[in-house]
Design a protein around this ligand. Structure first.
Ligand SMILES: [Zn+2]
Ligand SMILES: [Zn+2]
Length: 278
């Protein structure tokens, strides 16, 4: 028996004889059901199709990005961070092929998979079983997990250290358990923040945004955005990598602060006060 995979969000379900009836993650207002109807696949069928591969890029010392090509489901990028105390995979992909397995084995395997929110739960149990890795998920989003496993370790509260210099922080927002990962040693010691969709780097990569739903464009309230930005002030980072491989290259901490200020000004109307043309 195989675990069916939703083709719109890429999340794998508990192994079953038949396709699940629906995908609660896509039926939620933060995602969407394929307008042509719910569609399912499996990892085996994806492999058989033979058209997918995972593309690896070494972004900087000790950090690789990995993305399935052609894009599958939401099309996120995951990040692999090499650490002496155990390698970490940040966010996850649905597609796992032999080439990726060999590549990761050469890099020393995976100690922990940390995931920002349910849209990227993907096929994390397949990855966990392959590498004997724990999967770190925030307790607040436990009810979104579609395939249970002893490899999952739920964490609670605001912060959780994977290693001394690699810390998960729950910012919430997009999801109540919305998590970012601070890597204090990355970027030559200036620090990196992996933000998933929790802080989304904008096409203008000096800015980030904060949304309840990205595909359906539902914003977050001012108070929440303010609290999220304030929480990042306690962290050490100068660079952000987001789920779509957009990067705030430098002064990222200031960028989050500035972006929150602009977002709140847009919500309260003051951003547009000088705009008399419209
Ligand atoms: Zn789905
Ligand atoms: Zn999302």
């Amino acid at each position: 028996m195989e675990g069916y995979i939703c083709m719109t969000c890429g999340v794998q379900y508990e192994p079953s004889e038949r396709e699940p009836e629906s995908c609660p993650i896509c039926e939620d207002e933060r995602q969407y059901v394929n307008p042509e109807g719910q569609k399912w696949t499996t990892l085996q069928s994806m492999k058989k199709e033979g058209r997918f591969q995972n593309k690896w890029v070494e972004e900087e010392e000790g950090l690789y990005s990995v993305k399935t090509d052609p894009g599958f489901a939401i099309g996120q990028t995951a990040y692999f961070i090499k650490q002496e105390s155990g390698n970490v995979l940040w966010d996850c992909l649905t597609y796992l092929d032999e080439e990726s397995i060999q590549k990761i084995k050469k890099l020393g395997g995976i100690h922990a998979i940390a995931i920002s929110h349910p849209h990227y739960y993907s096929a994390c149990i397949e990855w966990a079983e392959e590498f004997d890795a724990k999967v770190l998920l925030h307790e607040n989003d436990r009810h979104w997990v579609q395939r249970g496993s002893n490899f999952i370790q739920y964490w609670k509260g605001q912060s959780f250290p994977i290693h001394k210099n690699m810390i998960l922080h729950c910012l919430g927002g997009h999801f109540p358990g919305g998590t970012v990962m601070e890597w204090r040693e990355g970027n030559e010691g200036k620090g990196i923040l992996f933000s998933g969709d929790i802080l989304q780097v904008a096409p203008d990569q000096d800015w980030v945004s904060f949304m309840y739903s990205y595909p359906n464009m539902i914003p977050l309230p001012a108070e929440k955005v303010k609290a999220m930005a304030m929480q990042t002030e306690e962290m050490k980072f100068d660079r952000i990598y987001s789920a779509f491989r957009r990067i705030v290259k430098k002064e990222a901490q200031a960028s989050v602060k500035r972006s929150a200020k602009r977002y709140i000004a847009a919500l309260d109307g003051s951003l547009f006060s000088g705009d008399r043309k419209s």
